[in-house]
Write a protein that binds this ligand. Structure first.
Ligand code: KG4
Ligand code: ZN
Length: 337
């Protein structure tokens, strides 16, 4: 079995995965959303302190499995430095004390493997990754060969949902609340610009849209003067613009890529409005859409463990005395390291 740890942002999570059949024998996640909600976003120092409390508590529960461990895996990039370090400290201690290999895991590769929890992997695959930190289309050919085909030049999809919610005084995280509000709104009430609509760039951009939302709120007299209907209409119109942007750029990638299997992963892939739009797009382009179960869309250690099973078979280990966080450029293009 492999014990995996995830602490790249505000979720403390540990999983145990069986190497021989990918079975998820243990999984627990403690989310810190409530603690960060009043700040409208994640406060790294607070997140780090909460990991230091929650991770050891979860580890206690894994005691029955500890003698069966063949390896330990941990997210070491990308993420918040101070929170990644909490997971790394725990993983390295377990690896050294039990004398078992340590597997460093790239968080985004973990999101991709959320598709394969308790399943066989389907490769090659085109993936749209929409999370709080990233918005990318990635061609996944193998564990080691993952190529970024399109990336955001500024904010991510999840971030744009969070900021829109924050501007309307709706707390954090913004994704689920915007999706729910949008159900009661008119998506044509505001004509927010679809980002990069007239650009040939195969890339994403969400910051202009955020600004358009801010101007709409100001034109209605500011956050305090918004009615429930205003909020719902803004949420629906914003979500529609995000959807059209994602679809437009995905179509351009589809035109160049022959791979038949397409997936959406990451926290924002839990959005059913976006999922439904991709169902239609995939049907139109003859592609098969894959998504992870809703519980595994946002950050979790089960996806880290599933990736680690493959990495274990290829002996992608690191020296526990040398492991460190890796600083990745946010607007990275090319190969997913
Ligand atoms: O993947 P994730 O848990 O963390 C990162 O790796 O960043 O993604 C968290 C992001 C947050 O920005 C959250 O607002 C967004 O996913 N999210 C959603 C939905 N549920 C979560 N965005 C849109 N619609 C949702 N239903
Ligand atoms: Zn994530």
């Amino acid at each position: 079995m492999i014990l995996s740890i995830e602490s790249s942002c505000d979720d403390s999570s540990i999983a145990i995965t069986k190497i021989e059949n990918n079975e998820l024998v243990f999984h627990k996640k403690i989310s810190q959303e409530k603690e960060h909600a009043c700040y409208g976003g994640v406060v790294p120092e607070l997140a780090s302190r909460l990991h230091a409390i929650d991770l050891p508590n979860i580890l206690e529960e894994t005691k029955p499995y500890l003698n069966d461990l063949k390896a330990v895996a941990v997210t070491n990039q990308p993420g918040l430095s101070v929170t990644l370090l909490e997971g790394i400290a725990m993983a390295k201690t377990i690896a050294i004390s039990k004398n078992i290999p340590l597997i460093p895991v790239h968080h985004l590769k973990g999101h991709i493997y959320s598709l394969f929890i308790e399943k066989e992997a389907i490769l090659p695959l085109l993936v749209l990754l929409i999370s709080g930190g990233h918005t990318q289309i990635i061609r996944v050919e193998s564990l080691e060969k993952m190529t970024i085909l399109a990336t955001s030049i500024d904010d991510s999809v999840g971030e744009s949902f969070d900021k829109t919610a924050k501007m309307m005084g709706l707390g954090y995280p913004g994704g689920p609340v915007i999706e729910q509000l949008a159900l009661k709104g008119d998506e044509n009430a505001f004509s927010f610009p679809v980002p990069l609509r007239n650009s040939k760039l195969i890339a994403f951009s969400l910051s202009g849209l955020k600004n358009a939302v801010r101007l709409a709120i100001e034109s209605l007299g500011g956050t305090e003067n918004l009615t429930e209907q205003n909020r719902s209409d803004i949420a629906a119109s914003f979500q529609k613009a995000v959807k059209l942007h994602l679809l437009q750029k995905s179509k351009k990638v589809f035109a160049d890529e022959q791979i038949k299997d397409f997936a959406i992963v990451g926290g924002a892939s839990a959005n059913l409005y976006i999922r439904n739009a991709y169902e239609k797009l995939c049907a139109e382009f003859g592609k098969t859409l894959h998504t992870a179960p809703l519980e595994f869309c946002s950050d979790n250690a089960a996806m880290i463990g599933r990736y680690a099973v493959e990495a274990y078979k290829k002996e992608l280990f690191t020296d526990p005395y040398e492991i460190d966080i890796v600083h990745t450029k946010k607007r990275q293009s090319g190969t997913l390291l």
